[in-house]
Design a protein around this ligand. Structure first.
Ligand code: GTP
Length: 772
């Protein structure tokens, strides 16, 4: 079989009949990543997809960057050669495409972002298109641009990862290149290799001064700790006779944590002769094996060795993301199990339905009680809920509002005086104003009924809210049952309101019915009068008496205490002397004529007491004192008893009897069918959730297999671990008993550490998953 006739599979090792191929980048990791992808495909969108660090080649012009990259991918497709150079960053997105079982033909192709939909199956055409696209952007004459060319290679034999071929560092502008070409290229390179998830392949040709390598200088700038830089020394085959790169390869000149690999790529002559990669690799292998210096350094030599080193880094990376992936899968599983519980199992028999109904009713009542008692599992820290809200209604609304009521605020002095005189009736007023006090205090007690009723209403509203919040998981799938339960609950609570309200009415009526002036906390008449007198006196001291001088209310009679008949007569007598004598004469003459009739003027329909005496003032003050004192006693009783009544007749009654009310109303076999009707979407969702559960279980199992796959493999691999290059062994790789969960703690500093913002890039970037 001629070289040109060989397929990519021959190089990439997909054909089991060919001997094991030389490793290419990612080849050892592909099976693992494929397995992981199998896990993630069914739950795509729910979990982050795994993504790998990108690899960028950096170095001076014609140092062999494209050649290295090409050899690592195992495909001829990059423009290479003396006169052709990389003049725009080439972002090579490798996409792993699962091979379809019946496929035996071409399974690989390339696609450019600037030519969407156009597949390139012939890789030499890809090379031409890269050149043409470069020329289109920057002209034919050595121009350079930072505008990327994006090429996606889809193949079953590559990993999902990104490789970047960067323009070579150049110092002297040629052709169309601007005078600051070096600065521009450096900036372009740094923009890529500064990214924390970028593995830098710092390529230096062995036939130039390695100690002043531009590649190593830039790599050190971008990666000062050297934790993600691999030194690649090319052109070992064309070094000056008598010189070799031994010291360099061993890291004795410029040490690098990840070490160096020396390679021999195809020469210009090889390219001209179309020498294949496989052929070149064979040549390279022979070169190192036969070389007097390098044959002792085989760990540091050859493209396969470089691929192996990169693969170790990729494996390490995968091991680092596995615990996160596993945690993600597990927490996803927790959610699915919760959903499963919600959707439950389909029910078959009546007996089963009965058991489930009892279960649901019991759980609902328990959840309700827990909410009232503040024992609910989902206690909020943001706001009051459940029983705490009822307590707030009692204490901060009901009790506080009553506290603020002044029993005299709707009574002015005239009202009180009127009440006193009304109570006195025909008698002279008693000194102790008990009768008006009782009438007035009753009126104030009656005012307590409304807040009592409002309080019941508030608590009822809260209980309704709580009942709606009692969302037991099973109930979500039985909306009809939920509706029936809401109805029962609503009626039950409304029924509970009635005795609570009746009790409150009774309490108020009891308080109104018997004014217990013997209550030891009551001020009492005598004491009240005494205090009133004092108060009156002190008010007299500070304010001159005014009440007696008050103008008589309009519509009244002339001011005398004894209003009534006398005053009516008085009004006639006081009409003046001349008038009196005239009247007298008139009367006499009238009497001579016929007997006269005494005419009383009708009393006005509304009568108010006329003048306020000192006695009245004292009585008014005393009455207010008595009112406040007694009202305080009643207020305390009501503040105490109304919440008790509501708790007893409504809240606790519900807690105690709701369950049996539910059973009575709902636990009926003839209702089961209706109550347990499930909406179609629940049936569908249950099926989907069951499927997802199976997928996840399988995924977790595969992940565990992958974990155990990765561990022993890795334990055989040593990254920069031989003592010949002066680097200590990396602990992870030398112990096969390591546990994955310890990786973050035990991760070697000799491996790339993708920290900080880069750790988020462990997973698929949007860009990559969107294709080009
Ligand atoms: N003999 C020999 N020639 C090599 C080696 N590596 C690369 N070359 C040749 O060096 C020239 C440049 O190689 P490229 O791979 O294009 O180098 P590059 O760094 O990508 O070049 P620019 O993109 O222009 O910066 C080509 O002619 C290669 O054949 C090597 O190891 N040995």
């Amino acid at each position: 079989m001629g070289e040109e006739a060989r397929t990519a599979d021959d190089f990439l090792g997909a054909n089991p009949r060919t001997p094991a191929p030389p490793p290419t980048i990612g080849s050892s990791v592909i099976p693992i990543v494929n397995k992981l992808q199998d896990i993630l495909t069914p739950v795509r969108g729910q979990l982050a997809q795994i993504s790998l660090p990108q690899v960028a080649v950096v170095g001076s012009q014609s140092s062999g960057k494209s050649s290295v990259l090409e050899a690592l991918v195992g495909r001829d497709f990059l423009p290479r050669g003396c006169d052709i150079c990389t003049r725009r960053p080439l972002v090579l997105m490798l996409e792993n495409l699962p091979r379809r079982p019946d496929e035996d033909g071409v399974a690989e192709w390339g696609e450019f972002r600037h030519l969407p939909g156009k597949r390139f199956y012939d890789f030499s055409k890809i090379r031409q298109e890269i050149q043409a696209e470069t020329d289109r952007e920057v002209g034919y004459n050595k121009g350079v641009s930072d505008k990327e060319i994006r090429l996606k290679i889809s193949s079953p034999n590559v990993l999902n990862m990104v490789l970047v071929d960067l323009p070579g560092i150049t110092k002297v502008p040629v052709g169309d290149q601007p005078s600051d070409i070096e600065a521009r290229i450096r900036k372009m390179i740094m923009a890529h290799i500064r990214q924390e998830n970028c593995i830098i392949l710092a390529v230096s040709p062995a036939n130039s001064d390695l100690a002043t390598s531009d590649a190593l200088q830039m790599a050190r700038e971008a990666d000062p700790t050297g934790s993600r830089t691999i030194g690649v020394i090319t052109k070992l085959d064309i070094m000056d006779r008598g010189t070799d790169a031994r010291k360099f390869l061993l890291g004795n000149v410029i040490p690098l944590r990840l070490g160096y690999v020396g390679v021999v790529n195809r020469s210009q002559e090889d390219i001209n002769k179309n020498r294949s990669i496989a052929n070149a690799l064979t040549y390279e292998e022979r070169f190192f094996r036969d070389h007097p210096v390098y044959r002792g350094l085989l760990d540091h030599c050859g493209i396969p060795q470089l691929a192996r080193k990169l693969n170790q880094i990729l494996e390490h990376h995968i091991r680092t993301v596995l615990p996160d992936l596993k945690a993600e899968l597990n927490s996803f599983m927790v959610g699915v199990i919760k959903d499963l519980r919600t959707f439950g199992e389909a029910m078959e028999s009546r007996g089963e339905q009965g058991v489930i109904l009892l279960n649901i009713l019991t759980r609902y009542c328990e959840a309700f009680s827990a909410m009232v008692d503040g024992k609910s599992q989902e206690l909020s820290t943001k706001e009051l809920s459940g029983g705490a809200r009822i307590q707030y209604i009692f204490q901060s609304i009901f009790v506080k509002s009553l506290e603020e009521v002044d029993p005299c605020d709707d009574l002015n002095d005239d009202d009180i005086r009127t009440a006193i005189q009304n109570a006195t009736g025909l008698r002279n007023s008693l000194f102790v104003p008990e009768v008006p006090f009782e009438a007035l205090v009753r009126r104030q007690i009656a005012r307590l009924l409304d807040p009592g009723h409002q309080c019941v209403q508030f608590v009822y509203d809260e209980l309704m809210k709580m009942s709606r919040a009692c969302e037991t998981t099973e109930l979500q799938r039985f909306p009809l049952l939920r509706r029936r339960m809401d109805e029962v609950m609503g009626k039950f609570l409304r029924d509970g309101v009635i005795p609570a309200e009746r009790m409150i009415e009774n309490l108020i009526e009891m308080e109104m019915d018997y004014i217990n002036s013997a209550n030891p906390n009551f001020l009492g008449g005598t004491k009240a009068v005494e205090l009133a007198k004092q108060e009156f006196k002190s008010s007299q001291g500070s304010h001159p008496p005014s009440n007696n001088e008050r103008p008589v209310p309009s519509g009244g009679y002339n001011a005398t205490k004894n209003w009534g008949i006398k005053s009516i007569f008085g009004s006639r007598v006081s009409s003046g002397e001349s008038q009196a004598s005239r009247s007298l004469s008139e009367t006499v003459s009238f009497m001579e004529q016929k007997p006269s009739t005494i005419q009383l003027s009708e009393p006005p329909s509304t009568l108010r007491p006329l003048e306020v005496t000192e006695h009245d003032e004292v009585i008014i003050i005393a009455t207010k004192l008595l009112l406040r004192s007694y009202y305080d006693i009643v207020r305390k009783n009501i503040q105490d008893l109304v919440p008790k009544a509501i708790m007893h007749f409504l809240v606790n009654h519900t807690k105690r009897n709701l369950h049996s009310a539910f059973i009575k109303k709902l636990y009926r076999e003839n209702l089961f069918e209706e109550l347990f009707q499930e909406p179609d979407e629940v049936v569908v969702k249950r099926k989907q959730t069951h499927q997802l559960y199976d997928v996840l279980q399988n995924a977790i199992q595969i992940l565990e297999e992958v974990e155990s796959d990765v561990l022993p493999q890795s334990s055989n691999l040593r990254l920069g671990a031989d003592t010949t290059n002066g680097l200590p062994k990396t602990p992870e790789f030398s112990s096969s008993s390591l546990r994955l969960t310890n990786y973050s703690a035990s991760r070697s500093s000799y491996l790339p550490s993708f920290t900080g913002s880069s750790s988020r890039r462990l997973f698929h970037s949007e860009e990559h998953s969107n294709g080009l």
